[in-house]
Design a binder for this molecule. Structure first.
Ligand code: FUB
Ligand code: ZN
Length: 611
């Protein structure tokens, strides 16, 4: 590992503190209620009583409880209170009671009487075990709780001893969890089991189901040989995150190089502008290279969470800024849109465009707006646990000093130093870092300058975009350093191979991707809006219905004129006029994509034609 996480990062104010507050006060309590309503707690209660039958919900219902428990654990670590502690302890006690005497735990299998490990392609037994282990590691790290840790180690010990040789779960997840449990406990067989699973994967050992080939379950190509990501997007990034853990812990440079190759290909050919992953609804999968259609984007919120986890591990392994750049893009534009501003409604699928008249039939369809929960409720608690642990991702440390990757008001304690960070980022690019405590010897403060931040500066000196700006000195308490990340609106175009966005532009501002949304354009349908060739992008004043701190971006635009013959067959001779006709100039208002669908669901687009 090149860098080590600075565990004592704390978000203390500004943008992310507000999101964490909503997560703690609204989303996590609501999650407890919804998970109870889904029957997932009842499953544990029945398993604890040793009953048979009566399992409610999906085969992976247990994982909803575990992800929620993980969020509770991180929250308790940030600020414990009686309410959180009680909820955590009750649920953890229930999980412990549901565990079989030999350490096995998976309520669907326990209650249905299915033979253990007889249908691992679909059963999610190890997937659930992995989420339990992650919750246990969180409980142990955050508050020193050992109730869940004992359950997790008994389960892991059982797996090490009794899991049939060479078996895999159809849904990777346990790999990263076993590696983390090894880090927490020092029990080497947990890491060995994770490494074995990473190596076995790709050998087509899982039985095929339905129309799917082995790729959807990440079992077509061994990871060491793979050149890209494929199949179910969440499975792909969870597996890659676990494989990165294994590569780091076993010093497997070939595996790490293979993962870096896959990551670069994913970013270059299979990642939406938002950082979202997965463009194929069928099987929730990655599409082919540059198959990134905006309206049918799947971009499952869980895939974004998994992508952050993978990028973070790659960042620690390599120290390269690209990984942090994608983490930031994904956090703001692919994870955050999964949650309403009020914290009580969710997107599972995050489309980049919704057309007027889009069919809202599927509950996951963005055209239907955010939902208050889902039958497959993997995404909401995934957002909860990530937001609760956000402080961990701010910074890292190494022998040289401290690296700051994400900018948020708060504190970073690393390498014997205490840094206070003050910023109004992402609305403003100015970040002030004050050294509160420091060792009395030289060390390097490395500040990430995002690839988009042309014109950035540190203490008035130019700082190159796309990398780390390093300042080495013997710091003194009270020293301060000011970073200016040149946050201003900019236009972004797609590479020519991305033909679905050819001739179109998107607006970005700092780390935020923007969109056009119907409530801001009462005089026209969003589908007809285009950006003028001389758009004169500028910051606007607050828009109705969104929080006052949200900075909209204004642009000159035009409206495609609706022509008589547009009402018929929507094609005409290629010899006809190429340029669409327009009505007179209009002002376009772009709002941050994460904030869309908080004023009702309707037409929205990230890409707009430029004429
Ligand atoms: O299979 C468990 C979870 O349900 C996956 O990670 C999601 O994609 C959803 O299918
Ligand atoms: Zn999900």
């Amino acid at each position: 590992m090149t860098l080590r996480p600075a565990r004592a990062g704390r978000v203390g104010g500004g943008f992310w503190a507000a999101r964490q507050r909503v997560n703690r006060d609204v989303t996590i309590p609501l999650g407890g209620t919804r998970i109870r309503e889904s029957g997932a707690f009842a499953n544990l209660e029945r398993a604890a009583r040793g009953s048979a039958g009566g399992h409610q919900g999906k085969v992976f219902a247990d994982s909803d409880v575990y992800k929620w428990l993980e969020a509770l654990a991180w929250e308790r670590g940030r600020a414990d209170n009686g309410v959180l502690a009680k909820a955590y302890e009750e649920a953890a006690g229930l999980v412990a009671a549901a565990q079989a005497p030999d350490g096995y735990l998976h309520t669907h299998t326990q209650l249905t009487g299915r033979e253990r490990y007889s249908d691992l392609a679909s059963s999610h037994e190890l997937y659930c075990a992995g989420h339990l282990m992650q919750a246990a590691v969180a409980g142990s790290r955050a508050v020193g709780d050992d109730t869940l840790l004992r359950v997790a180690t008994r389960l892991a010990d059982h797996l090490v001893k009794d899991l049939p040789a060479d078996t895999l779960d159809g849904h990777p997840e346990i790999e990263t969890a076993l590696a983390e449990l090894y880090r927490e406990t020092g029990t080497r067989p947990y890491l060995d089991l994770a490494a074995r699973m990473v190596t076995t994967r790709g050998g087509e050992t899982l039985p095929l189901k339905g129309h799917h080939g082995p790729g959807i379950r990440q079992d077509r190509v061994p990871l060491r040989r793979a050149t890209t990501v494929e199949g179910h997007a969440v499975r792909a990034v969870y597996l890659a995150a676990g494989a990165t853990d294994v590569a780091v812990e076993t010093a497997d440079e070939d595996l790490l190089a293979a993962l870096a190759r896959q990551w670069r290909d994913m970013v270059a050919t299979k990642t939406y502008l938002t950082g979202g992953l997965g463009s194929v609804w069928y099987g929730e999968q990655f599409g082919g290279p540059h198959e990134l259609t905006p309206e049918t984007a799947y971009c499952e919120t869980c895939a974004a969470v998994g992508s952050v986890q993978w990028a973070w591990r790659m960042l620690l392994a390599t120290g390269e800024a690209d990984f942090a750049d994608l983490m930031e893009r994904t956090l703001y534009n692919a994870v955050l849109p999964g949650l309403s501003l009020g914290g009580d409604r969710f997107f599972y699928v995050n489309a980049l465009r919704v057309r007027a008249g889009a069919n809202p039939d599927d509950r996951r369809a963005a055209a239907r707006g955010r939902q208050d929960w889902y039958g497959t409720a993997c995404c909401p608690p995934n957002v909860m646990r990530l937001f609760s642990s956000l402080g961990h991702y701010l910074a890292s440390e190494d022998e040289e000093g401290v690296q700051v990757h994400l900018y948020a008001s708060g504190e970073i304690r690393a390498r014997g130093a205490l840094l206070e960070v003050r910023t109004d980022y992402p609305w403003d690019g100015r970040v002030e870092i004050v050294v509160r405590e420091t060792p009395d010897r030289p060390w390097t403060l490395a500040l990430r300058i995002p690839a988009w931040a042309d014109g950035a500066g540190v203490d008035g000196q130019p700082a190159r975009a796309g990398g780390y700006h390093r300042v080495r000195r013997t710091w003194r308490p009270g020293d301060r350093i000011t970073l200016d990340l040149a946050v201003r609106p900019r236009l972004t175009a797609a590479v020519p191979r991305l033909d679905v966005a050819r001739g179109q532009v998107a607006v970005e501002r700092g780390p935020l991707v923007y969109c056009l949304e119907q409530p801001d354009h009462p005089g026209a349908i969003v589908d007809d809006l285009c950006v003028a060739a001389d758009p004169a992008l500028r910051d606007g004043s607050p828009v109705a219905g969104l929080p006052a701190e949200v900075v909209p971006v204004l642009a000159r635009g035009r409206v495609h004129a609706h022509r008589e013959d547009d009402a018929g067959f929507p094609y005409r001779s290629a010899d006809g006029p190429r340029e669409p006709e327009h009505t007179g100039p209009v002002d376009l208002t772009f709002v941050p994509y994460y904030a869309w669908a908080n004023r009702g669901a309707g037409p929205m687009t990230i890409w707009a034609p430029m004429h």
